[in-house]
Design a protein around this ligand. Structure first.
Ligand code: PGA
Length: 259
């Protein structure tokens, strides 16, 4: 972690109905201190139907937690049954939108081109994309991890201006570490997050590379976050399973206090 502000994001995936979402958010907020809010940005990414109720709770109680989404379409409106448009999310004061998560790429056929359109649409509506990349176990064992991540980052950021890239977030998530309890070693995670930053520097310039926040994701827990956050190119984490539990997620946000 350099002097970039840490961002810890909770990807709730398809968990928590709106009652559970409100309860989880309130418990999380109760555990966070003013010092946490001064030092760390935190976001929660619930299912779409929870966003409006959580917006009301966050704004009514002035909670130090940013609202996020897990996906969106790239068009502003139209005949796209089942999709949600970026301006709809902007209206609910969503700050961060995950795009190109490996589950969306693998299970719902999202291509690099789709992901690039989403990144540009999110930026157009003044929200921050969290662009996901990462390799499978087979790709890692075949020595293709870096090339895969480089391709995803270049394609995801195609025709995005350097000053916009500087404000973005890129999440490196090795697919073999997602939901498996297996985490990349902090050295491997650093090496790949360093690769992400080098690719950004090459494609978008030194200022973009210095500004972009790179998250590590894949079985992040209260017990491994502190070491990950000591790495120079890791600026935060995208947390799945452990973000569903407000105690665990608060401890991850409070990584500096962990033993
Ligand atoms: P995990 O998920 O923390 O449960 O491994 C991470 C993610 O998919 O973003």
């Amino acid at each position: 972690m350099a002097d970039r502000r840490p961002l810890i994001s909770g990807n709730w995936k398809m968990h928590h109905d709106h009652f559970e979402a409100i309860r989880t958010l309130q418990k999380l907020a109760y555990r966070l201190t003013n010092e946490d809010a001064e030092l760390v940005d935190a976001s929660v990414h619930p299912p779409f139907i929870d966003i409006r109720p959580l917006q009301i709770v966050i704004e009514t109680d002035d909670l130090p937690i940013a609202l996020g989404a897990q996906n969106c379409h790239w068009e502003d409106k139209g005949a796209f049954t089942g999709e949600v448009a970026p301006p709809m999310l902007a209206k609910m004061h969503v700050s961060y939108i995950i795009c190109g998560h490996s589950e969306r790429r693998e299970l719902f056929g999202e291509t690099d081109d789709d992901v690039n359109r989403k990144v540009k649409a999110i930026l157009k509506h003044e929200m921050t994309p969290i662009l996901c990349c990462g390799e499978t176990l087979e790709e890692r064992e075949a020595g293709e991890a870096e090339a895969k991540v480089e391709r995803q980052v270049r394609a995801g950021l195609d025709k995005v201006k350097g000053d916009q890239v500087a404000g973005m977030v890129i999440a490196y998530e090795p697919i073999w570490a997602i939901g498996t309890g297996r985490t990349a070693s902090s050295d491997d995670a650093q090496a790949m997050c360093g690769t992400v930053r080098r690719v950004v520097a090459d494609a978008h310039g030194a200022d973009a590379a210095a500004g972009v926040r790179v998250q590590y994701g894949g079985s992040v827990k209260p017990t491994n976050i502190k070491e990950l956050m000591t790495m120079p190119d890791i600026d935060g984490a995208l947390v799945g399973g452990a973000s569903l539990d407000p105690d665990d997620f608060a401890r991850i946000i409070q990584f500096r206090l962990q033993p």
